[in-house]
Design a protein around this ligand. Structure first.
Ligand SMILES: Cc1cc2nc3c(=O)[nH]c(=O)nc-3n(C[C@H](O)[C@H](O)[C@H](O)COP(=O)(O)OP(=O)(O)OC[C@H]3O[C@@H](n4cnc5c(N)ncnc54)[C@H](O)[C@@H]3O)c2cc1C
Length: 528
């Protein structure tokens, strides 16, 4: 009799715990996301879709504090994010006035007049014993292969204004290597993810947070709104932008400043009317103390001038930007300030900083939104209970640090390897010391054109290759393994590769035509 009653009681308690998420277990139940920019809504969408049921999500954003309003170019990993969330790509492009992106065109970077593309996807086809590049390099050094471009399908397609989706189902075709990303309107993207998240139960609170309450052990207990409301949670995701409202202002986590390696610390952004052919490319044009982005969208073009305030004042930077727009400006230019670097810990106590709150490196390779995605996927892998095991937190932070450092090195490489002599800025970045990890990569390439991708780093060999080569670096030699094949055999291999790529690209539709047929957005309503 006694044991029967006890079993009933245990059953009752268990069902209570499961139904109500009562405090009988150690699970994180209440999650507060601070910030409704790209990072905040990506977090809301990913967590509400991918974590098991039983959490309550609240996203807080303030109409008084605007989002950064830029961040419109991505890299191919964004497609995985959409895939995880079950987002239909054409629907998403339509809703965000998006376009496709096959790579980035770098203008005037190596030296004024230079132009190269860092295309996503492969350059040529690697052979069992050596990468394609070494065959090309041998012929190049013999004076027979002037350019790398004809061997990269993304580059050829982008130059010709073409686009189509890749065909992984055709493993022997260059189309299988065609990899792409998107450009989109940042405001529309946040709006799109907001309706996605709200449909999954995320509750939105509009209002300004004015205070943070800490527990005795330093964990965050609650945030306090301007109207006095106190909002408690087990776990806080800080997506509050550059200010780092929780991670820095409340938890004083500290920031690692990398501006000695990446001295750009300002950007002026302005949209303009679209003009001319819509290429599936972000364009980055180097100027005297930084560079200018151009991002083609369906309804407008996004532009910005990223520069170093140590080498140029904002008036001059703005004048350069406004003199180099393709069409009529559609808004007043906006000045944005940032410090390149990262928080000392992305995850501190019961708070994870994602997006600009976690750190920022300039958008030269469109990596920030990607890092929001990887931080979210990592968070899901290391999702805590209310014990907040330190080993999980430390591992999460170590993985974030590695990712930051690897991307940092790739960005620095664009500056370090330059042959410009027209300003103090370019001389400084060429002569500066770089991290040892990058110097090793540069030395390895300079010797025999070898590139080593280590520790699951984001950018593959062909990305490093296109940038180092594009910036004007030429290895002293090539991998002697390619001497196994005769020069004539290698020449035939290169010609055959270029011909097949050209045939595939000729058969592709134009980029604008592809959008019209598959994912054209409606006209944008003009404000009255
Ligand atoms: C010049 C520049 C260009 C960029 N270009 C690219 C690019 O091409 N590709 C790319 O991947 N990334 C790019 N980025 C980065 C990208 O813009 C960001 O990673 C992305 O937009 C995420 O921003 P966020 O959501 O972290 O912050 P924000 O957009 O700044 O959002 C912050 C949110 O926090 C809220 N908030 C702040 N304080 C409070 C408070 N006290 N109370 C309540 N709410 C608060 C705000 O209301 C807002 O909703 C660029 C960044 C810059 C600076």
């Amino acid at each position: 009799m006694w044991s029967c009653l006890a079993a009933d009681r245990i059953g009752f308690l268990l069902s209570y715990a499961i139904e109500d998420g009562a405090m009988t277990d150690n699970k994180v139940r209440k999650i507060v996301i601070v910030g409704g920019g790209t990072a905040g809504w990506m977090a809301a969408a990913a967590l509400s879709e991918l974590l098991p049921a039983g959490h309550h999500y609240r996203l807080i954003e303030s109409d008084q504090i605007s989002t950064i309003g830029v961040g419109e170019a991505t890299i191919p990993s964004i497609r995985n994010f959409n895939l995880h969330l079950g987002i239909d790509e054409n629907d998403f492009i339509r809703a965000t006035q998006g376009t496709f992106k096959l790579g980035i065109e770098f203008v005037n970077w190596g030296k004024p007049g230079d132009n190269y593309i860092h295309g996503f996807g492969s350059v040529g086809r690697d052979q069992p014993t050596a990468n394609f590049f070494h065959y090309w390099l041998k012929m190049h050094q013999m004076g027979h292969a002037p350019s790398l471009e004809p061997y990269a399908i993304n580059t050829v397609a982008a130059r010709m204004g073409k686009f189509s989706r890749g065909r992984p189902d055709l493993p022997n075709s260059p189309l299988s290597d065609l990899s792409y990303a998107f450009h989109f309107d940042a405001g529309l993207y946040a709006r799109y993810l907001r309706s996605y998240s709200e449909a999954r139960g995320v509750q939105r609170t509009e209002g300004k947070i004015v205070d943070t309450v800490l527990r005795a052990d330093g964990f965050i207990e609650a945030v306090v709104m301007e109207n006095g409301q106190r909002i408690e949670a087990d776990f806080f995701i800080d997506c509050s932008g550059l200010a780092g409202l929780l991670i820095e202002q409340a938890l004083h986590t500290g920031y690692e400043d990398w501006s000695h390696w990446l001295p750009c610390d300002r950007a002026i952004a302005v949209p303009c009317e679209s003009h001319g052919t819509m290429q599936a490319l972000t364009r980055s044009t180097a100027h005297k103390a930084g560079w200018q982005w151009r991002i083609p969208l369906q309804h407008r073009t996004g532009n910005g001038h990223v520069f170093s305030s140590k080498f140029m004042d904002a008036d001059e930077a703005q004048a350069i930007l406004m003199n180099n727009l393709d069409g009529r400006p559609l808004a007043e230019p906006r000045l944005l300030k940032f410090t390149t670097g990262k928080r000392k810990k992305a995850w501190n106590k019961n708070c994870v900083a994602i997006g600009l709150a976690g750190g920022f490196m300039e958008p030269l390779e469109s990596t920030s939104i990607h890092m929001v995605k990887t931080a979210l996927m990592r968070l899901i892998s290391f999702f805590p209970d209310r014990g907040f095991d330190q080993v999980d937190i430390d591992t999460f932070n170590r993985l974030c640090d590695n990712e930051y450092a690897q991307i940092r090195d790739f960005l620095i490489c664009h500056y370090k390897v330059n042959g410009r002599d027209d300003s103090d800025f370019w001389r400084y970045v060429r002569e500066m010391d770089v991290p040892v990890s990058l110097q090793r990569k540069l030395d390895l390439f300079a010797s025999h054109g070898r590139i080593l991708r280590e520790n699951e780093e984001l950018f593959p060999e062909d990305s490093w290759l296109q940038v180092m080569h594009g910036q004007g670096m030429r290895p002293r030699s090539y991998n002697p393994v390619v001497d196994q094949r005769s020069p004539q055999d290698i020449a035939d291999f290169l010609n055959g590769t270029a011909q097949v790529i050209r045939k595939c690209v000729d058969a592709m539709p134009g980029h604008a035509e592809f959008i019209r047929a598959n994912c054209q957005a409606g006209a944008v309503k003009k404000a009255a």
